[in-house]
Design a protein around this ligand. Structure first.
Ligand SMILES: [Fe+2]
Ligand SMILES: [Fe+2]
Length: 379
């Protein structure tokens, strides 16, 4: 017996019930991998609403989540469409939020709890309705599933539909909770990275927001270079730590007003390896990646950079990208020892350094998208 036998009962056993059970199982199996692979909350809401709608054969279905700060419920009904918001106590969903009860309504217009405003706004006619609250691990209502207008011969939802939507709600609640947890962890990680980056810039008295601008320019260049969203995002996250090693450079060198001696310049250069060593101790992939940027953002395409004198594609791509972003921002911003360079002179400098300090393709992309990248400095 193979493992699919359960879905293929013998011909004479196939009744309406088993066809329906099979449909539900197939639905769950087709949605679960999509839901498990999705990281963005907006997309998750759309996917889970689609699953709910198919589970109970409704015309419409939405998954509303509570926003306790604004006392509203919000949802996303389709990809690329703005989120919808309603007051937390509105209509049937509001009732389920308040009471934690599910509702099975045959005709919405016969029920005083019905809020007709959305029908009036959208010229839609709501008849049958199902609402099921979503409970978090602590048993608190976190949102509500709402299915509208049963499709098929019997245009009223059944008790079985309610149970199926409840099952979908349990699964969805867990998914939303873990997506929130991941989002929270990622936000924490981003903030810590940002603070670390700021700490190094703060000591070297760089101008405000240098870190942020380098991250954004690196991201833009990575995208223009053809990297995926995920890879570009990784560079945006890790590039703020490129100068972390400045923490280990003495003040007398880091903030010396005049020209550095050879010895002092050697000490200054060590920030690249210090940062790399600090970050390399971590087992986290993102910090390992940041280590490679810290250790390579002063390498030059022609091999005359530091600390290793790597040449061309031997230099990690993220380091090559960050090098362009870092220099662009340094030249475009005022520093305690210099004014920002005029725009034309910066363009010339990059053109001159094409294939010398910087990878030719990156300079081409920078000059090609100059207005988008340099634009913010003109304001
Ligand atoms: Fe640096
Ligand atoms: Fe920098």
């Amino acid at each position: 017996m193979n493992k699919f036998t359960i879905f293929a009962p013998m011909e004479e056993q196939v009744g309406v019930e088993s066809v329906e059970s099979r449909r539900i199982l197939e639905l769950l199996f087709s949605y679960m991998p999509k839901i498990a692979a999705e990281r963005k909350m907006d997309n998750l809401l759309v996917l889970m609403a689609d699953l709910g709608r198919s589970m109970v054969s409704a015309d419409r279905c939405s998954l509303w989540l509570i926003d306790r700060d604004s006392k509203e419920l919000w949802t996303k009904v389709a990809h690329g469409v703005n989120e919808l918001r309603i007051p937390m106590d509105a209509g049937f969903v509001g009732y389920s939020v308040r009471t934690g009860e599910a509702l099975l309504i045959k005709d919405a217009y016969q029920d005083p709890r019905f809020d007709r405003r959305s029908d009036e706004k959208t010229h839609y006619r709501t008849t049958s309705v199902l609402t099921v609250p979503l409970l978090d691990t602590a048993g608190m209502v976190m949102g509500v599933f709402q299915a509208i207008n049963k499709q098929g011969n019997v245009q009223v939802f059944s008790q079985q539909d309610l149970e199926r939507l409840a099952l979908t709600a349990v699964y969805s609640a867990k998914t939303v909770e873990s997506a929130r947890l991941i989002a929270e962890q990622e936000a924490t990680q981003r903030e810590i990275i940002h603070i670390l980056g700021e700490a190094s810039e703060y000591r070297s008295k760089e101008t405000g927001d240098h870190i942020q601008r380098v991250a954004e320019i690196s991201y833009a260049l990575a995208k223009y270079y053809g990297l995926s969203d995920e890879e570009a995002e990784r560079i945006r996250l890790a590039s703020p730590m490129h100068d972390l090693g400045k923490i280990g450079v003495p003040d007398a060198v880091l903030n010396k007003p005049g020209k550095l001696t050879d010895v002092e310049f050697g000490v200054m250069k060590s920030h690249s390896t210090i940062g790399e060593e600090m970050l390399k101790t971590s087992k986290r992939a993102l910090l390992q990646f940041a280590a490679s940027i810290a250790g390579s953002h002063h390498e030059r395409w022609n091999g005359r950079g530091y600390p290793r004198g790597l040449k061309g594609e031997m230099i990690p791509l993220a380091g090559r990208i960050c090098a362009v972003a870092d220099v662009l921002d340094a030249l475009s911003s005022p520093r305690c020892y210099k004014q920002p360079w005029p725009e034309e002179r910066i363009r010339e400098e990059f053109a001159n350094q094409r294939g010398e300090q910087f990878q030719p393709e990156l300079v081409d992309l920078l000059l090609q998208h100059w207005d988008e990248i340099y634009g913010p400095y003109r304001a």
